[in-house]
Design a protein around this ligand. Structure first.
Ligand SMILES: O=C(O)[C@H](O)[C@@H](O)[C@H](O)[C@@H](O)C(=O)O
Ligand SMILES: [Mg+2]
Length: 442
């Protein structure tokens, strides 16, 4: 069967609104930037992908244009293969030590892959989840966790953070105001549970002193004694500090995410292995096993139980391959997240649906963005779960009006990539990123 041909590739950088979320990298700006890739075919269909945005990423996508336009959907794998080869000519890239991944090529490839899979799925009338992996769809529902953050006080800045004018519920109100205490974090958890039904929660750490963040976990445990809880300081703590902070709460943690990292002459994979050995706690990471080589060493050294294989930096097929390995090797697959729109939510849902075996609830920042959208009907989280669509492709329809608005917001800003230092400098004069010091510990 001859499938349609790709007639046009459109690269659309977009921006959305965000609250004053704190993390080791600083404080989120009132906006986040993403890039949407749209592929159109001569059957009149559109395929989409969403990734983080940076000038390097936009250039990388542009570079691949001639390899994508004019190709037939029958050959989607070879199109992807040629893009991969071209991007590899840029040489090896570093993830960096920020909380977020700074690589270009793998993100670019994911955007193309997602849009190709979306179009191909529409052409062969198959949902993306059924096309991924060796065996396709493994589940019809994907569990998500309630991803909570400590929040800075927007009133301490003159930045245009969103305000909750007519909040629909406590979640919409609380996500716009300061939250720096265990009681405030517990309130966020309660409000997120009420709106989304989460059973599991993660708290982003690397902000306060470790012991104070452990107290936040205790406060969450008090109201949700059965919830699976985790804390993620993005490797900010030394090995000794990680043990000191987390051992007292080990019985209420389901796993520890990047509790420690690179330190002196020790690699992050070494400190994490030592942490696991000494505490008996399971570990998760989106920092020290971010490609197959690193995953291989993380497995050999027994550093990680739960690789958080975010499809945006593993590719969608790569993330599912990690899921397949986890299933074979007795590890647990999970997915990391960054701020994202609803196209990414769909990508992550399909990927999680195709990972075999028992997986852990996926991270998603969606609850911070919920209310904004680029598609006509964003996937919804009910009872802590996302439903995997049975419709062909990704199962989303781009809303051109909303896309134009998000692009106009991007164009109105001088922000071209994520930078958490600027907002943080409103809280601490001259603040600068230090991968080994929590953001508010200065
Ligand atoms: O501030 C954030 O959004 C987070 O720290 C992310 O940058 C980070 O990648 C996180 O989601 C993680 O799990 O490490
Ligand atoms: Mg993490």
């Amino acid at each position: 069967m001859s499938l349609p041909t790709i007639t046009r590739m459109t690269i659309v950088p977009v921006a959305g609104h965000d609250s004053f979320l704190l993390n080791l990298s600083g404080g989120h700006a009132p906006w986040f930037v993403r890039c949407v890739l749209i592929l159109e075919d001569n059957a009149g269909n559109k395929g989409v992908g969403e990734i983080p945005s940076s000038e390097g990423i936009l250039k990388g996508l542009e570079k691949c244009r001639s390899l994508v336009e004019g190709t037939n959907l029958n050959a989607w794998r070879s199109t992807l293969n040629s893009a991969k080869k071209l991007l590899a000519q840029g040489g090896p890239e570093e993830r960096g030590r920020q909380t977020f991944d700074l690589r270009v090529a793998v993100h670019v490839l994911t955007a193309i892959e997602s849009a190709l899979l979306d179009l191909y799925g529409q052409a062969v009338e198959t949902p993306v989840a059924d096309l991924l992996g060796r065996l396709g769809r493994q589940r019809d529902e994907v569990e998500a966790l309630g991803y909570l953050f400590l929040l800075g006080d927007p009133k301490k800045t003159d930045l245009p953070y969103p305000t909750a004018e007519n909040p629909r519920d406590d979640w919409e109100r609380l996500r716009c105001q300061e939250a720096l205490t265990p009681a405030a974090v517990a309130e966020l958890a309660r409000a997120a549970h009420e709106r989304y039904g989460f059973r599991d929660f993660k708290l982003k750490g690397g902000v306060l002193a470790g012991e104070q963040e452990a107290d936040c976990i205790r406060a969450m445990h008090e109201i949700f004694p059965d919830a699976r809880l985790t804390l993620d300081p993005n490797g900010a703590w030394s090995l000794e500090e990680a043990i000191r902070v987390l051992e007292p709460i080990r019985d209420i943690l389901s796993y520890a995410e990047d509790p420690c990292g690179q330190e002196g002459s020790w690699s992050g994979r070494e400190t994490m292995a030592e942490f696991k050995r000494r505490t008996g706690l399971r570990t998760a990471t989106n920092m020290i096993a971010t490609d197959f080589k690193q995953l291989q060493y993380a497995a050999i050294m027994n550093s990680v139980d739960i690789p958080l294989a975010d499809c945006h930096f593993w590719t969608m097929q790569g993330a599912v391959m990690v899921g397949e390995l986890c299933d074979e090797w007795g590890m647990t697959w999970g997915s990391h997240s960054n701020n994202h729109f609803d196209i990414s939510l769909a990508m992550m849902t399909h990927v999680a649906a195709a990972c075999p075996g028992e997986i852990t609830a996926i991270d998603t920042h969606w609850i911070w963005q919920d209310g904004q959208r680029l598609t006509e009907a964003p996937f919804e989280i009910h009872d802590g779960k996302l439903t995997v669509p049975k419709t062909p492709g990704l199962g989303v329809t781009l809303d051109q009006g909303k896309l134009d608005e998000a692009h106009a917001l991007y164009r109105s800003l001088d922000v071209r990539a994520r930078n958490d230092a600027t907002a943080m400098q409103y809280l601490i004069d001259g603040w600068a990123f230090d991968p080994k010091r929590p953001a508010l510990v200065r």
